[in-house]
Design a protein around this ligand. Sequence first.
Ligand code: NAD
Length: 423
Amino acid sequence: MATNGTEETPPTPIDIGGICQLQFQEAARILELDESVQDELRIPFRELSVHVPVLMRDGSVRSFQGFRVQHNGARGPTKGGIRYHPHVDREEVGGLAALMTWKTALLDVPFGGAKGGVSVDPKELELFELERLTRKFTERAALALGPYRDIPAPDMGTDAQVMAWLLDEYSSKRGYTPAVVTGKPVSLGGSLGRDEATGRGVMVTMREAARDFGITWAGGKAAIQGFGNVGGHLAALLDEEEVQVVAVTDADGGVVNEDGLDVPALLSHARRTGTVAEFPEADPLDDYSFWRVPCDYLVPAALGSVITKEDNVQDLDCRMVVEAANAPTTPIADKILYERGVPVIPDILANAGGVVVSYFEWTQNLQQMSWELEEVRQRLEKKMKAAYQDVVTLARKREVPLRTAAYTIAVERVAEAEALRGH
Ligand code: NAD
């Protein structure tokens, strides 16, 4: 087995930055970009590291480390989530910031890419300690933020409440500025349709791809890993579209029913019990068996690096993989699927619905308007379809995987903006 850091040893499985970098290099090769241009697009233009001291309930002061990396802002203010997780470090935040640059460019929203985070386990903090942490982080990062500079959003471990505190802290020094953050509660200027946006974007992309690749839509079968924000909304939308959801797993178990699960009943079971496990009208399903369920659409909507050469890629029994989660397919598994002729709808396309509706939220805030839910849905659908069409057209023209096409489009757009802005 090769051990030289090439094909057989891709970046560590959860290294999204490394995977993103591989894709960037491939796109740069296709576009024949100069080394100097590659450097400009690869290296983050601004990185902020902040010390976040928090006065705890017991009177002690705990120190946390916070980061904000603005990867590229050539196409507009930078955009990206803030994550609270013990594993947050500069490398992870930097990799995720680059991913946002390519995602916003691919969806053609006028943003660049950023990411932020604090190395903390939010579950260990009481609510008011979490609020203090958020306010201190915001106060210290604020010089780099702003509606025309850098706009955070929720990510792992943060939610609409955290965004509300961020908005309040920022606005307390600068006046009411709802457009400084997205993913806010609707009562503070959040957009209708933001909650369901990622799941809806996944569904729209799947439907387009189903038509293109000649896979049954109504009556087709889908299996979904993860039943949270993305997986839950997606299941409900697929059910509306008459796509049968035959298998679902979450962190506590899974269920399968070859004839299609009763999705509304499963959603209320999961709301009541906190898990899909032990849903009465289905058989139990473990993680090993989940990846082997026969289906048309296999949708990882939970974790990274779950489709791997070692564990399951040879056994997948599906006609398409739809990456609702970030980086669920390792580069080697991705290559195997391509060689087998199984299309993989890449994460930067499939799960971009959230950032698109974040863009709508920002737009509504700047105009002091609020759109009807139907308008948000229609505009989202239009954006997702356009991006999908761009990707599939280039993939066919160049005879490359959809992921390579997606990165090539994104990198070319950012490179063009950089060139036009000059030095
Ligand atoms: P979430 O926390 O709401 O839900 C995650 C789900 O995954 C839960 O049902 C959880 O039980 C399940 N899960 C965890 N470990 C599991 C395991 N070992 N096996 C099976 N299921 C497991 O998260 P979410 O917002 O739905 O995000 C899901 C994925 O989509 C993540 O990779 C996230 O980065 C990505 N994503 C989310 C958004 C968004 O807007 N929410 C946008 C882009 C990408």
